[in-house]
Design a protein around this ligand. Structure first.
Ligand SMILES: *Cc1c(COP(=O)(O)O)cnc(C)c1O
Length: 367
């Protein structure tokens, strides 16, 4: 292990524990019973986090998170469906792009990047267009760190008898979502975010009733979640070559998740990370782009220092030299940078990041 390996403050790939990385030091056969038991155990544990055992299937899929989002839309929205996509950032835009590429009818509702969509917005939009069959939203929009009010929106969607698709990629495992209380057709997440596995597989919690009716919907062979599920239910195996080392790492990461105290403990650690970060940055005179009450404890977008000496590239390299990897901003209108709060890092690590950021900006004479 390289002791000077940097801490990633990026929301996936992120910093993983040595135990999780060590779990990848063994090779697994895709037909092997032990590997298939590991897959089954991972799926069960994922369902339990959501309390979805009775209502949902957990269908894993090879690839990054976007593959799973695309697979969910393609499989669960019928060819004559129409999706209302709620947008307040880059991942919402990506959802709309997926609908467009897949040839699914859709409309978008866009709010400013620091404004959540509300249940009232969705109520109005559903009243105005009866062709809409599905609503799709991003729970935590990782391009800013804004949290959209999932519970309110889910309730409105259900009242209208419509179906909900949730991209919970950067919130699943850290922010509570209970499938017994929040009705949805699909919730999508991935191995390399709040569960602190390595990237390489996504998974879709698909409502049993919706997936059972989804045969033939998918315009793709490899990304057909119906086929993936049916094959896995029948054989215990992945339909095509599984990401064996990613599954092994996620299995190990889930064990540590349970040892840490599950969702409540993970949420607490990230909240503490976020608080340490916000307070430290405040002392440096750097401010969050998102108001505190809608800030998810996942990633924080900061306004760049208002100095002619600041540029992100130099700043990034200087902070990296001190052991921390940051993320560029994703906003077009304002100069920002982002710092993730998730991964195998604690308050002390976050304070280290704040110190490194302060030093780097002082070196640049940009504070
Ligand atoms: C990470 C992420 C994704 C998936 O992005 P990939 O680059 O495909 O892993 C999708 N939605 C959100 C909100 C995310 O944070």
């Amino acid at each position: 292990m390289n002791p000077t390996a940097p801490i990633l403050l990026t929301p996936g790939p992120l910093t993983t524990s040595a135990r999780t990385r060590q779990a990848m030091l063994m090779d697994w056969g895709s037909w092997d019973r032990d590997f298939n038991q590991m897959t089954a155990s991972v799926r069960e544990q994922l369902l339990a986090i959501l309390h979805g055992q009775d209502s949902h299937y957990c269908v894993p899929l090879q690839g990054s998170g976007t593959f799973a989002v695309e697979a969910a839309i393609g499989t669960l929205v019928p060819r004559n469906g129409k999706v209302l996509v709620l947008v307040n950032g880059a991942y919402g835009q990506r959802l709309a792009k997926i609908c467009s590429v897949l040839g699914r009818a859709f409309s978008t509702f866009e709010t400013a990047e620091d404004q959540p969509t509300t249940g009232a917005d969705v109520d109005r939009l559903l009243r105005a267009d009866s062709a809409i069959t599905h609503v799709a939203l991003i729970h935590c929009e990782t391009s800013t760190g804004i949290l959209n009010p999932l519970q309110d929106i889910a309730q409105v969607v259900a009242q209208h008898g419509k179906r909900l698709i949730i991209d919970a990629m950067s919130s699943f495992g850290a922010l509570p979502i209970d499938a017994r209380e929040v009705p949805f057709d699909a919730l999508i997440a991935a191995s390399g975010k709040c569960l602190e596995g390595v990237p390489g597989m996504g998974f879709v919690f698909a409502s049993k009733q919706a997936l059972d009716q989804a045969e033939g919907n998918s315009p793709s062979l490899a990304m057909d979640l119906y086929d993936q599920h049916v094959y896995m239910a029948k054989t215990g195996q992945w339909r095509f070559t599984p990401p064996t080392h990613v599954v092994a790492a996620l299995h190990e990461a889930l064990q540590q998740y349970a040892e840490e105290g599950g969702l409540a403990a993970r949420q607490q650690r990230y909240q503490n990370n976020c608080q340490t970060l916000l307070e430290g940055m405040q002392q440096l005179g750097l401010h969050s782009f998102i108001a505190a009450d809608i800030q998810a404890p996942i990633i924080v977008t900061f306004h760049a220092p208002d100095s002619p000496h600041y540029d992100f590239k130099t700043f990034y390299e200087r902070v990296k030299a001190k052991g921390f990897i940051l993320y560029p901003g994703k906003l077009t209108q304002v100069e920002t940078f982002r710092v993730g709060c998730i991964g195998c890092v604690d308050g002390q690590g976050m304070q280290g990041a704040v110190d490194a950021i302060g030093q780097a900006l002082r070196e640049m004479n940009a504070l």
